[in-house]
Design a protein around this ligand. Structure first.
Ligand code: TUI
Length: 308
């Protein structure tokens, strides 16, 4: 399936993997790239030395293109931005902020820049700043989110910019990919399904929560702090939401989530940890390989689009 995004990135299938903190390490990124999609290393809050190591390890596992996601709340973002150029990475996605100040550095080095945006305004701003494409991410997504749904956001972003659009949020099968293409997207980004993939290093307890999740099992913490985060309901979210209702301040809430994503991913703490996942978790009931995911979803979408 050839689209503006497969051509831009030199990939076979119109699927890119989310740059998920703690989850998107070199085994996962290389598996997605080797399957013909675009794997992404999630630099999140990694020290820049570790980002360099992850890039080198990923290159050992794949000859295909892969990207790095820069989380803009990371105090090390500037050093990470430079490491990406030094290591010759070809694609960057960004999240949780405005990457305009790094754009000249990356563009000069020939890096393709794909900011993740949650609004039409931000998409237009990124196009003007020189972005090569945008990921339009709906509030169905896991992790840090905006407030518009994928179904409403994608066609509005498509009409507002000339650059290719990648849809994210609520997509985990060929129906979702076909629908996203109909809404005007040129590819999709998926996260939750890759968290639960065979190659994902995430603790089995966390994967099992995704595989057993129902449609209503996610919630959003942090709406009162300006950092809304979608994750699966557990003891931590119950306590967090109760504190928010009682008007707790930012520092008090932060105490609950400090180190909690690591606890979920590495230690499998499904009670106190933050189990970031999208609303589509309810659709995901088995662990598949990245190849089965990337090829299977594209083939299903192609069948559906031929029938239309
Ligand atoms: O970034 C994400 N998803 C994430 S980042 C993350 S790490 C984290 N953990 C705990 C708390 C906060 C972050 C987990 N999930 N998705 C892309 C995304 N970007 N969603 C929303 C945005 C966004 C928000 C505001 C993009 C731009 C923006 O603009 C702010 C500005 O500067 O105008």
């Amino acid at each position: 399936m050839e689209t503006r995004v497969t051509k831009l990135l030199g990939i076979k299938y119109p699927i890119i993997q989310g740059g998920m903190a703690w989850v998107a390490e070199h085994h996962l990124a290389a598996a997605v790239s080797n399957a013909g999609g675009l794997g992404i290393l999630g630099a999140a809050s990694m020290p820049w030395e570790l980002v360099r190591e992850e890039i080198r390890k990923c290159k050992e596992l794949t000859d295909r293109p892969f990207g790095v996601n820069v989380m803009l709340l990371n105090p090390n973002a500037e050093q990470v931005a430079k490491v990406i150029v030094e290591e010759g990475v070809k694609v960057v996605t960004t999240g949780a902020g405005n990457p305009a100040k790094f754009m000249p550095l990356w563009k000069e080095a020939g890096v393709k820049v794909i900011p993740v945006v949650a609004s039409v305004g931000m998409a237009k701003l990124m196009e003007r700043a020189g972005a090569d494409a945008v990921v339009a991410e709906g509030m169905e997504s896991g992790g840090h989110i905006g407030s518009t749904t994928t179904f409403a956001l994608v066609p509005q972003v498509r009409d507002a910019v000339q650059i290719p659009v990648i849809a994210a949020g609520g997509i985990a099968d060929g129906r979702g990919l076909a629908a996203a293409l109909m809404l005007g997207a040129d590819a999709v980004q998926m996260g939750t399904i890759f968290v639960a993939s065979k190659e994902s290093i995430v603790h089995q307890n966390y994967k099992d929560r995704i595989l057993k999740a129902k449609d209503v099992d996610s919630t959003v913490t942090g709406t009162t702090t300006g950092h809304p985060v979608r994750c699966l309901r557990n003891k931590m979210t119950r306590e967090y939401l109760k504190l928010e209702q009682e008007g707790a301040d930012f520092m008090e809430l932060e105490k609950l989530t400090l180190g909690s994503l690591r606890a979920a991913v590495i230690d499998g703490d499904v009670n106190g940890g933050t189990l970031m996942a999208g609303q589509i978790a309810g659709l995901i009931s088995q662990e598949s390989t990245c190849r089965e995911i990337v090829v299977g979803i594209t083939e299903q979408a192609e069948r559906l689009l031929k029938m239309a």
